[in-house]
Design a protein around this ligand. Structure first.
Ligand SMILES: C[S@@+](CC[C@H](N)C(=O)[O-])C[C@H]1O[C@@H](n2cnc3c(N)ncnc32)[C@H](O)[C@@H]1O
Length: 396
């Protein structure tokens, strides 16, 4: 694929790559949309661009309706397989000049479909009919504007634990667990949930089946866990922790969850109930400011494990690089479950069969691809795993 002139715009964790033809690629951070862009990923291309291309064309000159394009792309990529309701609404919004104009008045990072739909669900907009959705949303637009200044993307999905449990279960315990970007901290109670892969047996906590019941299908040779890891100590780091005693925070958490799987909402509610019984310590602050003091509190007789899922795409590249450097310097197992190409130095270079997915990496080496909401987990073949640390391939 060759380009003469392109516009590149990366701001507040949302990236748009625009071609003179009018085509637009979008994604969080430097994520990749392989179905439209089979060559280098957006992140790698972005880094390569200044040297290779004349990056002078502004986005506005290329395409006047970036928001429309972003919603169209969201419909065809992000939501296509995950949520027919969000996908249909996104197409309609991309052709709705009045609503697009309203959306364009929101802060840029709050114009993204994921945020707008959380706000829409928060105000109770029905998703079945676009006309009713639109009418309801516009009637409550003052609340949407308020949410856009007060709230951020903080989806806390216990199901994502299914993607990292095989690694956690393979670690000699007990584990001292630190989750960075923990939102409400629901992942930190992972030993209090039940898990099942495919139609295998349920893996339950020692005291019996949990009310949180997480299941996914597997692809490839997933090392299906046979035990729930022992968590001896746990702590979270979070820019703005959600308070589960606040009705508004819980309503926002519920609204953030996509309506793509009937069991997800029930599991969220059950995890919230467990958290109220077993609260976990969450340190408020930025990952780079807090990581060293938090890990210093971990007991020395447990294996320190630092995890993050769906977090690093909200962190700018220099801060992400600093964080990764710090974590690599710790005596810890490091598990990342993030959009492709957002973890500095971690690249999944094998054939990507899944269009919108996360890369699961252990100590910087990709080991699996996961569905963003953990509906499935695919373990990588040996010839698919590679990683670059400091630009050097470290694993075949
Ligand atoms: C999309 S949520 C994911 C939450 C959880 N890890 C999960 O997968 O369910 C991302 C979280 O990272 C937090 N976050 C973003 N930037 C951060 C930073 N610089 N330091 C700490 N937390 C951050 C956000 O506030 C948000 O709660």
């Amino acid at each position: 694929m060759e380009f003469d002139r392109v516009g590149l715009h990366i701001e507040e964790g949302f990236a748009l790559l625009c071609f003179e033809s009018g085509e637009v690629l979008s994604g969080h951070g430097s994520s990749v949309l392989p179905w439209r862009f089979p060559g280098p990923t957006l992140g790698r291309l972005a880094r390569a661009l200044p040297a290779q291309f004349d990056v002078t064309v502004t986005i506005e000159k290329i395409n006047e309706s970036l928001t429309a394009e972003a919603y169209r792309v969201f419909s065809q990529v992000d939501a296509l397989d995950l949520s027919p309701a969000y996908s249909d609404i996104s197409v309609a919004i991309s052709e709705d000049a009045e609503l697009l104009a309203r959306i364009d008045e929101l802060p840029r990072s709050k114009r993204q479909a994921g945020f707008l739909y959380a706000a829409a669900r928060y105000v109770g907009a029905p998703l079945q009919s676009y006309a009713e959705f639109r009418e309801h949303l516009l009637q409550h637009w003052d609340v949407v504007e308020r949410l856009a200044t007060e709230r951020t993307m903080q989806t806390n999905d216990p199901a994502r634990l299914l993607a990292i449990l095989p690694i956690l279960a393979s670690i000699d315990g007990p584990i001292a667990l630190v989750e960075v970007g923990t939102s409400a901290g629901l992942h930190l109670n992972l030993d209090r949930y039940s898990y099942r892969y495919d139609d295998g047996p349920w893996l339950d906590p020692d005291d019996g089946p949990s009310t949180v019941r997480l299941e996914c299908s597997t692809r490839g040779s997933v090392p299906v866990p046979t035990r729930i890891p022992e968590i001896a100590w746990r702590a979270g780091i979070e820019l703005s922790p959600l308070d589960l005693s606040s009705d508004a925070d819980v309503a926002w958490l519920r609204a953030l969850l996509w309506p793509d799987h009937p069991g997800r909402q029930g599991n969220l509610d059950a995890a919230i109930a467990i958290m109220r019984q077993h609260p976990v310590p969450i340190v408020k602050g930025d990952l780079n400011d807090r990581i060293l003091e938090v890990v210093a509190g971990a007991p020395s007789d447990a294996t320190l494990v630092v995890v993050h899922t769906a977090m690093l795409s909200y962190v700018r590249q220099p801060e992400a690089e600093r964080f990764v450097e710090t974590v690599r310097g710790l005596d810890a197992v490091w598990i990342a479950n993030e959009l492709a190409d957002v973890v500095p130095g971690v690249e999944h270079t094998g054939p990507t069969r899944e269009s919108f997915s996360f890369v699961v990496a252990r100590d910087g080496v990709p080991v699996a691809i996961s569905h963003p909401h953990a509906a499935w987990l695919r373990w990588l073949d040996a010839d698919e795993t590679s990683s670059t640390a400091d630009g050097v391939d470290v694993a075949a």
